[in-house]
Design a protein around this ligand. Structure first.
Ligand SMILES: [Zn+2]
Length: 65
């Protein structure tokens, strides 16, 4: 039985330390939730940490079908 209860991060979505837009603070394991396209200038990327993803039911872009 080699089952593991740990969640394995996918190779193309490494966990990162950064700014969580939802609780407005730095956090580990933030994920890109959405990238808002704007008519001019760079788009706005919204990142959320694990607790905020659970709290607000956020789904990272890379986990969507
Ligand atoms: Zn957060």
């Amino acid at each position: 039985m080699a089952e593991t209860t740990q969640t394995q991060p996918t190779p193309d979505t490494p966990t990162a330390y950064g700014w969580c837009t939802w609780h407005k603070g730095a956090a580990d394991d933030i994920r890109l939730i959405s990238a808002i396209e704007q008519g001019s200038g760079p788009g706005v990327s919204l990142f959320a940490c694990g607790p905020c993803r659970d709290l607000y039911g956020l789904v990272p872009l890379t986990d969507r079908p």
